[in-house]
Write a protein that binds this ligand. Structure first.
Ligand code: ACO
Length: 276
């Protein structure tokens, strides 16, 4: 992605780490132009209605952005090839047994390589760099609704394929719960879900043999907690609402869907009138 100015003045390395906290409003306005345009390109690639990354939501936030550039392109003015963005989230995650863990985690919110250079290994270079610099354990990966391409990427390069089903938009993989399973019960509590619910989670997990979930289709578990929408075509917005948020606004805080009984008014989903 090329710009009508020299981006090498903004990004001094092939992969540059930007911290929202250190970019203050009023900094070089070209940063804003780059962030908005790359965020828009990522939005387009993911078929989202709103960008996950924008100058407004990034600057002064507690998010981290890695920008991959090629300084030689565009007659030496440089080009942006891709981004990966993370941010902290407070999440409630279920292990296989339905035990709920409340955690503050760094999550992958946006990952994008420009269309002109996808499937050329650049995503792997950027992702590996991110893992190394952040000293990030791949097993602790938490992703805000990964696309099928991202899931294929993780399966190919990192052998991540077994998803532990969640009732929110976030995806974690087998091996995520290592120490937490053994930790004391002080900062965790057993889910109020009855055993029957837990077995339903397992049944659905087993039935979803492919980890490649369409971005337009939620897992059956997630569907239980759907908020009513005008039409299903905007599911992406609902799913990524946690990320597209401007973090400074309370209304855009992470949405956590606590376990709730299935409404009895909608008995058709599992041919049950009641779960318990
Ligand atoms: N279809 C299926 N798998 C794909 C595709 C595709 N179009 N593109 C990449 N992959 C996966 C495959 O496993 C591929 O291996 P293969 O070519 O042997 O099949 C592998 O990724 C290629 O690895 P890289 O070349 O290192 O990855 P790339 O540079 O293409 O970056 C990325 C991967 C970031 C997912 C890129 O394809 C992209 O930007 N896609 C569009 C935007 C997107 O979906 N981003 C993730 C959104 S979810 C989120 O951000 C939380």
């Amino acid at each position: 992605m090329e710009f009508p100015f020299n981006i090498n003045e903004l990004f001094h390395n092939t992969i540059t780490k930007l911290e929202g906290q250190s970019l203050i409003k009023g900094c070089n306005p070209n940063f804003g132009i780059v962030l908005d345009l790359i965020g828009e390109a990522s939005r387009n690639a993911q078929n989202l209605h709103r960008p996950v990354t924008s100058a407004n939501s990034f600057i002064s936030s507690d998010q981290i952005l890695y920008v991959l550039t090629d300084p030689k392109r565009n007659n030496g003015n440089g080009a942006v090839l891709g981004i990966i963005k993370t941010g902290p989230k407070k999440l409630f995650l279920l292990n296989h047994k339905g035990v709920q863990h409340e955690m503050n985690l760094s999550c992958i919110l946006d990952f994008y390589i420009h269309e002109s250079c996808q499937r050329m290994g650049l995503g792997k270079i950027l992702f590996d760099h991110f893992l190394k610099v952040e000293d990030f354990d791949i097993k602790r990966l938490v992703i805000d609704r990964p696309s099928n391409k991202f899931l294929a990427f993780l399966q190919k390069h990192y052998k991540l394929h077994d998803i532990i089903p969640q009732v929110n938009n976030f995806v974690i993989f087998e091996g995520f719960f290592g120490q937490e399973e053994l930790a004391s019960a002080s900062n965790q509590y057993r889910s109020s879900l009855p055993n029957r619910w837990n077995s339903m989670i397992n049944v659905n997990a087993a039935g979803d043999s492919s980890p490649f979930r369409s971005r337009g289709n939620q897992s059956s578990i997630s569907c239980l907690f759907d908020q009513p929408t005008k039409s299903n075509e905007n599911n992406n917005d609902l799913w990524r609402a946690n990320s597209v948020a401007d973090f400074s606004k309370p209304s855009l805080q992470p949405t956590v869907f606590p376990p709730q009984p299935v409404p009895t008014s909608n008995p058709t989903k599992f041919n049950h009138h009641r779960l318990w």
